[in-house]
Design a protein around this ligand. Structure first.
Ligand code: G6P
Ligand code: BGC
Ligand code: BGC
Length: 866
C-alpha cells in the first residue's frame, strides 16, 4: 500500500491504491433525484436505480431499481456492445419511471480497477471477475457510456460521476456517531477503499484534504507475497480462470471463486476416496458447477444436513452422512480462510489509516457490502473477530450497506453535482478578485495620472506630500539620536547611535485603543511617558538628544520638523489633532510632563524612514514602501515637478499617501461588495480605499465578509452562520499568512477555523484557502501596480531607457505573508519591464531612518553654522 501511495514504479507494488477524486464523506445535506447505473459489482448482472436523496438526515426514500442479466456473450464480446446494452437497460428502466426525466444526472458505479483523473473521467486498467470485453481497457469508460447513451438517443443524461462500488458502499453508509471512512465489498470480487490524507498520495501532488483511495487489493499477491498461503487448488483455479496470474487475492475471497474452490477440493477428496466413496459426477468435475449460493447454504448450520444432501444430489452425487459433514467442513474451511484473509487486508487498511493520521487509536466505521458479506452466514463475524485480533488499537464498527451502494453512488453524484455547483459559486464570488493584466495596467495608469495631478497641487486622491528630505544618508553622519516610531503595529522608542555603523536600542510600548481613539492630549502625554520611561531605563534621563519622529499618518509638512496632520488612518482617531502640527503637540506634551526639553529635529513618514534606513546600506534605494497595518509609498521626485516647493534642481522625497488612492471613486470598477462592507464598517468610511484593498488592517475583514457570503449561499460550513464569524476582526490578517503557507496549509486552516468554532469539512478548508489566496493576490497585485507606476515615473523623470532602483520595504503583511512579496515583484516586472527593481526588506524599521534623517539635518545644520 505505502509503496503504491509513494508512486513506486518498480518493482510494481502488489496493490494499486487508486485515487478516486472523492474528497469528502457525505454531509447528509445532499438532495435531488439521481439515476445510478451499476456495472460489475454483482458479476453477470447490471442494475439501474432511481435514487431520491431528501437532504434530511434519517429521512430515506426507497430507491427504485431494476436488475438486468448480462449475457455471457456480452461480457466477453466487444466493449461497444456492452455499453450499448447498458444504455438500452437504462432507457428500459427510465421508460417505466413515472417521474420527469429532465436534467437527469447519472452516477456510474463501475467496479473494476480504473485510473481516475477526475470525478467523471476514468480509464479502465484491466477487466476482472468474468468480464473481458474488447476495446475498453485503456479507455475512458465514462466517455464510452456517454457515447452509448448518445447512440441510443432516448434520454439526455448527464454522467456526473464514476465511482468504484467500494466507494458507493462507503458513501451510502448511514450517518452515525463516527465517520464511515472505509468501504469493503465482498461480492463476485473483493476490494476496499478508505479516506487517505491527500498529501500521502504521490500521484495527486495535492497536499491538502483527504481523498478516497480504492485499494484494489484483489491483485494482492500477484508477486508471490502470499505464496505460502496459496494452495494447489488456488493455482488450479487461477490457471483455468479468464485472467490467469491476475487477481490472485480476489480468487481466494471473491464469491465468483469460492464455489469453484470448494468444487476443486471436493473433486480432489473424491478422487482420493475420502468423499462420496471415491465416486465423482460430471457436474462435480465441471468448472463453475458449485456456486456461492451453494456454499453459503451448505455451510449454514441452520440449513441442515438435508439441504446439503439435496445440493450434492443435484450435482449428481450420492453423499453419505459423513460426506455431508465433510462437505460442510470443506465449505467452512474455504470461507473461513476467505474471511480471515479479507480481515488481514482490512486490518492493514485500518493501520494505514491510523498511521496516516498519526493517531494512537482509531475510531472508524467500515461500510460492508456484497452478497458474500450479506448472505454468507459466518463471513462477517469471522471478519470482525479477526480484525479485532489484528488491529486491537482500532475501535471499528461495521455498518452493512442497505442497498448495495446505490445510494452511495447517488451520494457521490450529489456531492459531485454540489461541489460543481459550489465551485461555480466560489468562482463567481472570487472572479472580481482575479485581476488581469489590463485591469492592473489601468490601475498603474490611473495612479500615474493621480501622481502628476497631486504633484501639481491639483485635485487628486494622491496628496503627494513633500517631506523636505532632499538627500539620502552619505555615511558621514555621526552621533546619538532618539527616535519615535508611531503608526504601525507597535509604538517604539529607539536610541540610535550612528558611528561607522548604526547601533539601535529600542523598546516597544503599546498604544491602547482607548488612547489611540481618545483625546490628542492623552495620546501625546502617553507618548512622552513612554519616552521618559525609556530614557530612565537607558540612563538618558536629563539628556536632550536630537529626536526623529516617525509619524505614519498623512501630514502636510511645512518643514522637516513641522507636520500638519491631515487625517488619522488605521484605527487611530484621537481628537484635536487633525489640522494640528504634531511636532507642536509633542512639544506641548513634553512641557506638560515637565520632561527634559527634547530637541525634535524631524518628523518623517514611515515610508521615508524605511527608504532612508535601507538607503544607508544601498544608495540606489530611492523608494520606500510600507505594507503593514496600513500601506503607503514615497520616492525621490525631481524638485522641478513638485509644485509648492521652491527650486528646480535636485530631488525631494514625496510621501504619496497612496492609501487614499481611489477615494475619488477612480477604483470603483474594482471595488467589490465585500470592500464596500469593510469600508462602511470602518471608522473612516469612504477614505483610504486603496489601503482597504491591500493592507493588514483590512484583508482579514474582507476574507471574513466573503466567508459570510459563501456561508449564506450554503457553499461553506453547511450554510451554518456562526456568531463567531459574524464578529468584526475575528479573522486576523495573519491567518492569511498562516493559511497560505506552503507547508501545512490544511492543518493550519483547520486549526484556525476550529478555533473560531466553525464546523469544518476539508472542502471548506480548501475553499477558505482559495478565498485567502484570491484576496491576498489581489492586494499584492494592486500594490505591484502602484510600485510599477512609481518606478516608471522615476525612469521617465530621468529620461532613462532602463532604470535600476531599489525599494526599501517594511510592514508585517509584506514580511510575513508567504507569497505577497513575490507577487508584488512579479506584477512590477510585468507592468514595468524596463525597470530592474530590487526589494530590500528593512531590518531595523523606520526608527533608524528617522534617526538618519535627523542626523542628515543635524549635519546640514552644522554645515550652515560653520
Ligand atoms: C515597521 C516600521 C514602522 C511601520 C511599520 C509598518 O515597524 O518601523 O514605522 O509603521 O513597520 O508595519 P506594521 O505591520 O507594523 O503596520
Ligand atoms: C474490482 C474492484 C471492485 C471489486 C468488488 C474487483 O474485481 O477490481 O474494482 O471494487 O471487484 O466489486
Ligand atoms: C498612512 C501612511 C502610512 C501608512 C503605512 C497609512 O494609513 O496614511 O502615512 O505611511 O499607513 O503605515
Amino acid at each position: 500500500m505505502e509503496q503504491a501511495l509513494r508512486g513506486q514504479a518498480s518493482p510494481a507494488p502488489a496493490v494499486r491504491m487508486l485515487p478516486t477524486y472523492v474528497g469528502s464523506t457525505p454531509h447528509g445535506t445532499e438532495q435531488g433525484d439521481f439515476v445510478v447505473l451499476e456495472l460489475g459489482a454483482t458479476g453477470a448482472s447490471l442494475r439501474v436505480l432511481w435514487v431520491t436523496l431528501t437532504g434530511i438526515e434519517g429521512h430515506r426514500v426507497e430507491p427504485r431499481s431494476q436488475e438486468f442479466v448480462i449475457p455471457q456473450a456480452v461480457m466477453l464480446g466487444a466493449g461497444q456492445q456492452l455499453f450499448d446494452f447498458a444504455a438500452h437497460c437504462l432507457s428500459e428502466f427510465l421508460d417505466a419511471q413515472p417521474m420527469s426525466k429532465q436534467g437527469l444526472q447519472l452516477g456510474f458505479s463501475f467496479s473494476f480497477p480504473c485510473h481516475q483523473t477526475g470525478l467523471d473521467r476514468s480509464t479502465l486498467i484491466s477487466w476482472t471477475k468474468g468480464f473481458r470485453c474488447s476495446g475498453v481497457e485503456g479507455q475512458d469508460v465514462v466517455q464510452l457510456l456517454r457515447d452509448a447513451i448518445q447512440r441510443h438517443g432516448a434520454y439526455n443524461i448527464d454522467v456526473v460521476a464514476v465511482v468504484n462500488d467500494t466507494v458507493g458502499t462507503m458513501m451510502g453508509c448511514e450517518l452515525g456517531a463516527r465517520p464511515c471512512e472505509v468501504g469493503l465489498v465482498v461480492d463476485t470480487g473483493t476490494n476496499a477503499c478508505y479516506m487517505e490524507e491527500a498529501r500521502h498520495v504521490a500521484v495527486l501532488d495535492e497536499d491538502r484534504g483527504r481523498v478516497c483511495v480504492s485499494v484494489e487489493w484483489g491483485s494482492f499477491s500477484d508477486a508471490g507475497a502470499l505464496g505460502p498461503v496459496l494452495t494447489t487448488f488456488d493455482h488450479t483455479l487461477d490457471h483455468e480462470s479468464l485472467n490467469p496470474g491476475a487477481q490472485r487475492f480476489e480468487k481466494m475471497i471473491g464469491g465468483l471463486y469460492l464455489g469453484e474452490l470448494v468444487r476443486l477440493v471436493l473433486a480432489h477428496l473424491a478422487r482420493r476416496g475420502v468423499l462420496f466413496g471415491g465416486g465423482t459426477s460430471p457436474a462435480l468435475l465441471s468448472r463453475g458447477s458449485i456456486l456461492l449460493e451453494h456454499v453459503a447454504e451448505m455451510e449454514d448450520p441452520s440449513a441442515g444436513a438435508a439441504r446439503v444432501h439435496a445440493i450434492l444430489q443435484d450435482l449428481g452425487l450420492s453423499p453419505g452422512a459423513s460426506d455431508v459433514e465433510l462437505v460442510q467442513h470443506v465449505c467452512a474451511a474455504v470461507c473461513t480462510r476467505a474471511a480471515q484473509l479479507c480481515a488481514a487486508a482490512l486490518a492493514a487498511v485500518l493501520s494505514r489509516l491510523q498511521h496516516g493520521r498519526e493517531q494512537q487509536t482509531l475510531q472508524v466505521a467500515v461500510a460492508t457490502g456484497g452478497r458474500v458479506c450479506e448472505r454468507h452466514p459466518r463471513f462477517c463475524s469471522i471478519l470482525q473477530g479477526t480484525v479485532m485480533l489484528l488491529a486491537p488499537e482500532c475501535d471499528v464498527s461495521f455498518i452493512p450497506s442497505v442497498d448495495g451502494g446505490g445510494r452511495g453512488v447517488a451520494m457521490v453524484t450529489a456531492v459531485a453535482a454540489r461541489l460543481a455547483a459550489h465551485r461555480r459559486l466560489l468562482e463567481e464570488t472570487l472572479a472580481p478578485f482575479r485581476l488581469n493584466h489590463d485591469q492592473l495596467a489601468a490601475v498603474q495608469a490611473q495612479m500615474r495620472k493621480a501622481m502628476v495631478k497631486g504633484l501639481r497641487g491639483e485635485a487628486s486622491s494622491l496628496r503627494m506630500l513633500p517631506t523636505f528630505v532632499r538627500a539620502t544618508p552619505d555615511g558621514s553622519e555621526r552621533g546619538d539620536f532618539l527616535a519615535l516610531d508611531l503608526g504601525g503595529t507597535n509604538f517604539r522608542v529607539l536610541l540610535v547611535r550612528v558611528t561607522t555603523g548604526v547601533q539601535i536600542t529600542s523598546q516597544i510600548y503599546s498604544i491602547p485603543e482607548s488612547v489611540a481613539q481618545g483625546s490628542g492630549k492623552q495620546l501625546f502625554d502617553h507618548i512622552v511617558d513612554c519616552i521618559m520611561d525609556f530614557q530612565q531605563k537607558q540612563g538618558l534621563s536629563g539628556q536632550s538628544l536630537p529626536l526623529g519622529f516617525t509619524f505614519s499618518f498623512p501630514c502636510r509638512q511645512l518643514g522637516l520638523d513641522q507636520g500638519i496632520l491631515l487625517n488619522w488612518t488605521k484605527g487611530f482617531n484621537a481628537s484635536d489633532c487633525e489640522g494640528q502640527d504634531v511636532v507642536n503637540l509633542l512639544r506641548e506634551a513634553i512641557t506638560r510632563r515637565q520632561a527634559v526639553e527634547l530637541n525634535v529635529v524631524a518628523i518623517v513618514n514611515d515610508t521615508v524612514g524605511t527608504m532612508m534606513s535601507c538607503g544607508y546600506e544601498d544608495p540606489r534605494c530611492e523608494i520606500g514602501l510600507i505594507v503593514g497595518t496600513g500601506t503607503n509609498a514615497c520616492y525621490m521626485e525631481e524638485l522641478r515637478n513638485v509644485a509648492g516647493v521652491p527650486g528646480d534642481s535636485g530631488r525631494m522625497c514625496i510621501n504619496m499617501e497612496w492609501g487614499a488612492f481611489g477615494d475619488d471613486g477612480s477604483l470603483a470598477m474594482l471595488s467589490t461588495c465585500f470592500d464596500a462592507s469593510v469600508d462602511q464598517a470602518s471608522i473612516n468610511p469612504g477614505k483610504q480605499r486603496f489601503e482597504k484593498m491591500i493592507s493588514g488592517m483590512y484583508l482579514g475583514e474582507i476574507v471574513r465578509h466573503i466567508l459570510l457570503h459563501l456561508t449564506s449561499l450554503g457553499v461553506l460550513f453547511r450554510g451554518q452562520q456562526t456568531q463567531r464569524l459574524q464578529t468584526r476582526d475575528i479573522f486576523k490578517t495573519k491567518f492569511l499568512s498562516e493559511i497560505e503557507s506552503d507547508s501545512l496549509a490544511l492543518r493550519q486552516v483547520r486549526a484556525i477555523l476550529e478555533d473560531l468554532g466553525l464546523p469544518l469539512t476539508s472542502d471548506d478548508a480548501l475553499m477558505v484557502l482559495e478565498v485567502c489566496q484570491a484576496v491576498s493576490q489581489r492586494a499584492a497585485q494592486l500594490c505591484g501596480a502602484g510600485v510599477a507606476a512609481v518606478v516608471e515615473k522615476i525612469r521617465e523623470n530621468r529620461g532613462l531607457e532602463k532604470l535600476a532602483v531599489s525599494v526599501g520595504v517594511d510592514g508585517t503583511l509584506y514580511k510575513l505573508h508567504p507569497h505577497f512579496s513575490s507577487l508584488v515583484a512579479a506584477t512590477v516586472q510585468e507592468l514595468a519591464p524596463r525597470c530592474v527593481v530590487t526589494f530590500l526588506q528593512s531590518e531595523d524599521g523606520s526608527g533608524k531612518g528617522a534617526a538618519l534623517v535627523t542626523a542628515v539635518a543635524c549635519r546640514l545644520a552644522q554645515l550652515t553654522r560653520v
